[in-house]
Design a protein around this ligand. Structure first.
Ligand SMILES: [Zn+2]
Length: 140
């Protein structure tokens, strides 16, 4: 698979990942705390989000993001942030500010690193985690 640039952020590209499917990689050095890309998608109620999450989890994908008590964002048909893989020892984190979800650098990131964040999936995971971190929980 060839590298694809992101129209949402000049800092990243999309390539095949060793963790899962396609992943998001840095195109340059990214400083800690940089807001890299917004997690975009369809705004849905939490109830609908829970329903979709159950369906997606069976297919081994996680696109429903909790925005707050009432609302979720389903990234299925959303932007490139949905392609950022989970890691138990990630280099990014998410932050929610003014009703938007941002993926932010948790530390300095070097050119070519795969971007990851912790999905914090709470239920018993049935999907294997392949993040390769030393303290990988093994499932998500
Ligand atoms: Zn892991």
């Amino acid at each position: 698979m060839t590298r694809r640039l992101s129209i949402q952020s000049p800092l990243i590209c999309i390539e095949r990942s060793n963790i899962h499917g396609r992943g998001v990689f840095s195109l340059c050095n990214i400083a800690k705390d940089t807001k890299i890309i917004e997690y975009t998608g369809e705004k849905i109620t939490s109830k609908e989000g829970d329903r979709r999450h159950q369906l997606q989890e069976r297919k081994g994908v996680f696109y429903v993001f909790k925005l707050n008590q009432k609302w979720d964002i389903d990234g299925s048909k959303g932007g490139d942030a949905r392609l950022i893989n989970h890691s138990c020892n990630p280099n990014c984190e998410y932050m929610i500010t003014q009703g938007k979800i941002w993926i932010r650098a948790l530390r300095n990131i070097r050119t070519g690193e795969e971007l990851t964040y912790n999905y914090f999936v709470t239920e018993q995971g049935r999907n294997p985690c392949k993040c390769g971190a030393k303290h990988c929980k093994g499932a998500m």
